[in-house]
Design a protein around this ligand. Structure first.
Ligand code: HEC
Length: 253
């Protein structure tokens, strides 16, 4: 009985509340757009290039990504599949072993297929832009959203070096008295430029997160595409049902 009760309580606690590693950090909003094919394609490219060294997306297949995002098979094979042991129809796996990774990074990089559903798109979008220099950490970086994270800032060549510069006069670490959440701007500031401007980098991370949202629920694109046809069918069906009803009741009225 006690076990069931605990299970019930766990089921009722929203996942995101449990998963919000950063606690009270303000999350930047990102509105996914699954119709923006260019964004999804760019996100897929960034994902395989910058993330799949360590993270898999094993619930997704390369072929599915290609078909949904309109990328030709040869482009996928030449540009997105790096390991010779992986084929077009394979799941998006990686070669790194979880046990090795746990030793190297202190924590194994989790599979990212369902990451945006677990943490939320806003969380992922903010997390990837919130690494800052911290010499006390093994990789020289920490993260404002996920303190003491085991992941290096792999996007640093694009973003540049970010530092935490909390200026007490700057309305930064202000906390909302009602929600306890941090409001206002974050204390993070780019101190050394990367290959991209801030706006370009934000867009790149937007695309990457957008792709991860798509990969978390690939059938959503398909359902959205079919939806108008289903509704159209119901409208037509209604019309004929109405005619039939008139026909049946004609002599009775
Ligand atoms: C060099 C290896 C490496 C690369 C490359 C890498 N990560 Fe990670 N990542 C990690 C490790 C290790 C963790 C686990 C950190 C921990 O739990 O302390 C992690 C954690 C994460 C998490 C948080 C997972 C959670 O606990 O919910 C996200 C999100 C994430 N990575 C996204 C990405 C994305 C997106 C990319 C590509 C831009 C990427 N990572 C590239 C090693 C890597």
């Amino acid at each position: 009985m006690k076990k069931q009760l605990i299970a019930l309580i766990l089921a009722l606690v929203p996942f995101t509340a449990l998963a919000a590693g950063g606690g009270n950090v303000h999350l930047d909003k990102m509105e996914p757009d699954l119709y923006d094919k260019a964004s999804l394609q760019n996100g897929a490219k960034l994902f395989v290039n910058y993330c799949m060294g360590c993270h898999s997306a094993q619930f997704q297949r390369f072929a599915r990504t290609a078909e949904d995002l309109g990328i030709p098979q040869d482009v996928i094979e030449e540009n997105l599949i790096f390991s010779s042991s992986l084929k077009y129809n394979d799941q998006m796996r990686i070669a790194m072993q979880k046990e090795d990774a746990a030793v190297w990074f202190g924590a194994a990089p989790p599979d990212l297929s369902l990451e945006t559903r677990l943490r939320g798109a806003d969380w992922v979008y903010t997390y990837l832009r919130s690494f800052y220099a911290d010499d006390s950490r093994p990789w020289g970086v920490n993260n404002a959203v996920f303190p003491d994270v085991g992941m290096p800032n792999v996007l640093a060549p694009l973003q540049g070096i970010q530092e935490k510069v909390c200026d007490p006069n700057h309305h930064v670490a202000e906390v909302d008295p009602l929600t306890g959440k941090q409001v206002g701007e974050s204390c993070l500031k780019i101190t050394k430029e990367g290959a991209m401007s801030k706006a370009e980098f934000d867009k790149a991370v937007y695309d990457l997160t957008n792709f991860m949202v798509y990969a978390g629920e690939p059938s959503k694109l398909e359902s959205n595409r079919i939806a108008p046809w289903v509704l159209g069918f119901i409208v037509i069906l209604f019309f004929f049902a109405y005619l039939l009803k008139k026909e049946y009741w004609r002599d009775i009225h």
